[in-house]
Design a protein around this ligand. Structure first.
Ligand code: DMJ
Length: 616
């Protein structure tokens, strides 16, 4: 068919040749109009094709859901796919509108609200995934770990201090290596007979020395040893035991040790283990008053008190020394029960009448009444006072109740228990039903450090006065060492019968590597920088080396007045947790575990101030 028949309006019958150039102008114009109308029609038709939405969605919203539905769904027949595509397109449109609205909302929020939302979402995801995969059932919330300041310290500038600090690290190495060699996995080491030892305080829980020493290894940068200890905790630390433990001892050494190891290293295993153990201790609070039992069977959850404690009483220094650890457990587990339990202890105490403002050491958990009126800042009472002050400091000074209880108690102690000897030594006596026993325990010597730590916040301009008291207690405790033959302090010393700062009873002459005197030197050094505190600490180091160091570690001694040591054959776990740590810090710079960021639990385990943990 000739082209001309197809173009009726442009063809001219009389023309021999039909070349396009020979068209007239109007014909050209009409041809152009028809052609452009055709092109427009074709282009427009693309948008009416049934598959156009698919084409567009493929380009702009690559979605697997779209692909799945369009290719494999039950509606994939030609007839159904158009309707399906429309539904998908509508859904995509709706999702995008929702996302836009959410983005708009988010942009209107304050940055920390946005951050909190993100953290809550993360926590939810972690919790869900842990719920699926956790082995030990601890569903812990997500916590972003920040490396805290002063976890390790710089070398001291002064060469002598540097050398002394290095010596203390060598002592730690000897204590640790000996434990590792002869008693690995046991609670403590028998350094003379060279085997393991366990007191009944920990039931059949094992590894007290490992857990107690973790943070000391870390701050001394003994990382190889720290890793070996971590590995043991991961694989062998087991709280699923059918045994009775001391709630207080397990809390201060195990829970405290694990918490510090977590804060220093950020390793989740320590947080998990601390919370797991904390949960196992909770049944101890099942008493009519909520004042916990001293002893608890970890399997049955049955508690009881020491048979010797006044009429079945719980003990002030035990139930009063859970606060710091339990506040941290609530923080790290997201379970407020821990905090509620220890806050309730305060409630019970605040309802009670206190004789002369003093806290008796015994309290019956059934009746909520005091037992025997024995008051002491040493054994049975000591760390209760310490935890009131430290709870206030740890709360960034917001815990006004803790603050008031501490300073009121200290005032009552000053009035009723603190005395000066004939030759001017300040000491803290014990109070029995209104009568003073002029005896001071080695344990009481921690009070110098505590009073110095609290002096800055003392009400009524008493800061200077309390610093003087702290310095005097440090001097008295130093005298208790200086007046012995072996230059190590006795368990208790007296100020009666013509003696001052000397043990007079045979059963008070022993030294079991306790830390309290050195602890006070460390605090006094930090607050005053008086070189005598480092000198006194160094005297103790020399005595420890000379009389307590043996081939298989360090041993306590039975009589500090004897001419040569008679070993008790126990290397206490607190020697590594406290004594050596406080010595190391005494010869370190102040920015190593700075007080602005850390408080030490009563076993010298550093815990961060809670305010720094809120920042995530
Ligand atoms: C430690 O376990 C703790 O310091 C506790 O508060 C009292 N005594 C020992 C060390 O002497």
């Amino acid at each position: 068919m000739p082209v001309a028949t197809l173009l009726p309006f442009t063809a001219t019958p009389n023309r021999k040749s039909a070349s396009p150039t020979s068209f007239r102008l109007t014909e050209k114009f009409i041809l152009l109009l028809v052609f452009s109308a055709f092109i427009t029609l074709c282009f427009g038709a693309i948008f009416f094709l049934p598959d156009s939405s698919k084409l567009l969605s493929g380009v702009f919203f690559h979605s697997s859901a779209v692909e799945t539905n369009t290719h494999t769904g039950p509606d994939s027949s030609d007839a159904g796919s158009a309707g399906n595509d429309d539904r998908l397109l509508a859904k995509i449109k709706k999702d995008h509108e929702k996302a836009l609205l959410e983005a708009k909302d988010t942009l209107q929020k304050l940055p920390d609200v946005i951050q909190n939302d993100i953290l809550a979402d993360k926590a939810k995801v972690t919790k869900e995934s842990m719920g699926k995969g956790a082995k030990d059932g601890n569903n812990l919330p997500f916590i972003e770990y920040h490396r805290p300041p002063g976890a390790t310290g710089l070398e001291p500038q002064d060469p002598e201090t540097r050398e002394r600090r290095a010596k203390i690290k060598e002592m730690m190495k000897h204590a640790w290596d000996s434990y590792k060699q002869y008693a690995w996995g046991s609670n403590e080491l028998r350094p003379v007979s060279k085997h393991g030892h366990s007191s009944n305080l920990f039931g059949s829980i094992k590894g007290a020395t490992i857990v107690d020493a973790l943070d000391t290894l870390y701050i001394m940068e003994m990382f190889e040893e720290f890793d070996a200890a971590t590995d043991w905790v991961e694989k062998s630390l087991d709280f699923n035991v059918n045994a009775e433990v001391s709630v207080f001892e397990v809390n201060i050494r195990f829970v405290g040790g694990l918490l510090s190891a977590y804060y220093l290293s950020g390793k989740e295993v320590f947080r998990r283990k601390a919370v797991e153990l904390g949960e196992k201790l909770l049944p101890a609070f099942k008493t009519p008053t909520g004042i916990p039992w001293a002893l608890l069977n970890l399997k049955s959850g049955i508690g009881r008190n020491w048979p010797w404690a006044s009429g079945g009483s719980s003990i002030l220094a035990e139930y009063g020394t859970l606060h710091l650890e339990f506040m941290h457990l609530s923080r790290l587990s997201g379970n407020s029960e821990f905090a509620q339990k220890v806050m309730n202890i305060r409630k019970v105490l605040n309802r009670l009448e206190k004789p002369q403002g003093l806290y008796p050491n015994y309290l019956n958990p059934n009746s909520g009444q005091w037992g025997q009126h024995h008051v002491s800042v040493g054994g049975l009472g000591d760390s209760f006072y310490e935890y009131l002050l430290k709870a206030w400091l740890m709360s960034d000074k917001t815990d006004e109740e803790g603050k008031k209880m501490y300073y009121d108690a200290l005032q009552a102690i000053e009035t009723n228990l603190m005395r000066k000897s004939t030759n001017g030594l300040t000491y803290i006596a014990e109070w029995k039903g209104g009568l003073l026993e002029h005896k001071m325990g080695h344990l009481t010597c921690f009070a110098g450090g505590m009073i110095a730590l609290g002096a800055d916040g003392a009400p009524g301009d008493k800061t200077g006065h309390q610093m003087e008291q702290a310095a005097e207690i440090a001097r008295t405790c130093h005298e208790s060492y200086a007046r012995t033959t072996l230059k190590l302090g006795p368990e208790a010393f007296r100020f009666d019968g013509g003696v001052e700062a000397i043990a007079t009873r045979q059963n008070e002459k022993y030294f079991i590597l306790r830390p309290e005197v050195i602890e006070t030197y460390m605090y006094m050094w930090r607050f005053t920088h008086d070189p005598k505190y480092r000198e006194w600490g160094w005297e103790a180091v020399q005595a420890l080396e000379q009389h307590c160091r043996v081939d298989g570690g360090y041993s306590g001694i039975r009589d500090v007045y004897a001419s040569s040591p008679n070993y008790d054959d126990v290397q206490q776990s607190f020697y590594l947790a406290e004594t050596l740590k406080y010595l190391y810090l005494l010869f370190s710079e102040d920015d190593h575990l700075p007080f602005e960021h850390w408080v030490f639990n009563t076993e010298a385990h550093p815990l961060e101030l809670l305010v720094f943990l809120k920042k995530e």
